[in-house]
Design a protein around this ligand. Structure first.
Ligand code: AKG
Length: 303
C-alpha cells in the first residue's frame, strides 16, 4: 500500500503491507439502521462514519478550543488561529493548571458537539433507549511529539456497564502525520488479553497491575506480531472534520505520533455513552468528576 508518510507510534514504524495494514470499514450505508449497526459493532468492534457531524458545530468547538489555548500563549498567532499551530511555549505554568484544564474540556461549544445533537441521536438509535454520556470529556490537544499507547478503554472506566462506547471525534482534520487514531482489527476477540490485561482497573491498588498507567504497550508492532490483525485507520490520508469513530471497550487502539510538518496541534475528543438505565462508573459522572483522583482509588498498594 502506498502511503506517503512514515506511520509511527512512539517511534515504532507500522508496516503498510496489506496483510498488516488497512482502512477502517465505513458504515455510512447503515447509519440509520440500528439492528445493522449493532451487528456490525459486534462483528468489527468499531463503527466509522464519514461526515455525519454538522461541520459548523465541529468548527465552532475547534474555534473555542484554539482561542482558549491562545489565551495561554500556546498558539502561534502569526498564523490563522484555526490552523492551530503550536507556539512551542505556554503560560499554563503561571496559572491554576487544573482549573484551566477543567475550563478547556467543559467549553460550551465542545459540550454542544459531544453532549447534544447528532452524537446523542446516534447513540439513542444504537441503544434503542435513552442515553447517558459520561460528564467527563477527554479533550486531546496533542502537540507535535505526542502519541497515545495501545490500550482497551475498559481498564480506565470498567466500574459500570460494559454497554459503554467511545466516540472519537476529530475536531478539525487529522491526517496520518498529525496523530491519527489506529485500531487493531479483531482485537475485541483476543482471548488472552480479555482474560488478563482487560481485568485490570488502573485505580484499584489492591490487585496486581503490571500495566501501571493502563497502556498495554507503546509498541503496536509487538502486539500485532503476537496476536495478528491489521492495524486500521481512515482511508484517503486520514480523518476529516465531521467524521465519527465509535468503538467498544475492548477494541485495542493507539495513536500515530504527531509529526506535523507545520507543528499543528492535534485536536480531538473522546467521550463515552451508555444506556441511561445501566449503572455508570462513578469516576466520570457529576459536576466535577473525581476521575483518577484520590477518591477513585480502591484497596491498598500491594507490596
Ligand atoms: O486520541 C487519542 O490519542 C487517544 C484516544 C483514546 O485513547 C480513546 O479514544 O479511548
Amino acid at each position: 500500500m502506498k502511503i506517503e508518510w512514515e506511520l509511527t507510534s512512539h517511534g515504532h514504524r507500522f508496516s503498510t503491507d496489506p496483510e498488516k495494514f488497512g482502512f477502517l470499514r465505513e458504515s455510512n450505508d447503515i447509519y440509520e439502521d440500528a439492528e445493522a449497526l449493532r451487528r456490525r459493532m459486534e462483528e468489527d468492534g468499531y463503527l466509522f462514519f464519514r461526515g455525519v457531524l454538522p461541520l459548523e458545530t465541529v468548527l465552532a468547538a475547534r474555534r473555542a478550543i484554539v482561542e482558549k489555548l491562545a489565551s495561554v500563549g500556546e498558539i502561534d498567532e502569526s498564523r490563522p488561529l484555526m490552523e492551530a499551530i503550536s507556539s512551542g511555549t505556554s503560560r499554563r505554568g503561571q496559572i491554576d493548571t487544573r482549573q484551566f484544564g477543567r475550563e478547556l474540556r467543559t467549553l460550551p461549544a465542545l459540550k454542544r458537539l459531544v453532549h447534544q445533537g447528532e452524537i446523542i441521536r446516534f447513540f439513542e438509535r444504537f441503544f434503542g433507549e435513552p442515553v447517558r454520556s459520561f460528564d467527563y470529556i477527554w479533550l486531546r490537544t496533542v502537540k507535535p511529539g505526542g502519541a497515545t499507547g495501545c490500550h482497551y478503554d475498559w481498564v480506565y472506566m470498567g466500574r459500570g456497564t460494559s454497554r459503554l462506547y467511545t466516540a472519537w471525534t476529530p475536531i478539525g482534520d487529522v491526517p496520518y502525520q498529525e496523530g491519527a487514531l489506529m485500531v487493531l482489527e479483531n482485537s475485541h476477540r483476543i482471548e488472552e488479553l480479555l482474560n488478563t490485561y482487560a481485568k485490570i482497573d488502573v485505580d484499584d491498588l489492591s490487585k496486581p497491575n503490571p500495566y501501571g498507567g493502563g497502556w498495554l504497550t507503546t509498541n503496536p508492532i509487538e502486539v500485532q506480531e503476537r496476536f495478528g490483525g491489521r492495524w486500521l485507520t481512515a482511508s484517503e490520508g486520514g480523518y476529516r472534520a465531521g467524521d465519527l469513530l465509535i468503538f467498544g471497550m475492548f477494541t485495542l487502539h493507539c495513536s500515530l505520533d504527531n509529526r506535523s510538518p507545520v507543528r499543528r496541534i492535534r485536536i480531538t475528543s473522546d467521550t463515552r455513552y451508555q444506556p441511561a438505565s445501566e449503572p455508570a462508573d462513578e469516576r466520570w459522572i457529576g459536576e466535577d468528576p473525581i476521575a483518577h483522583g484520590p477518591q477513585a482509588k480502591r484497596g491498598a498498594p500491594t507490596t
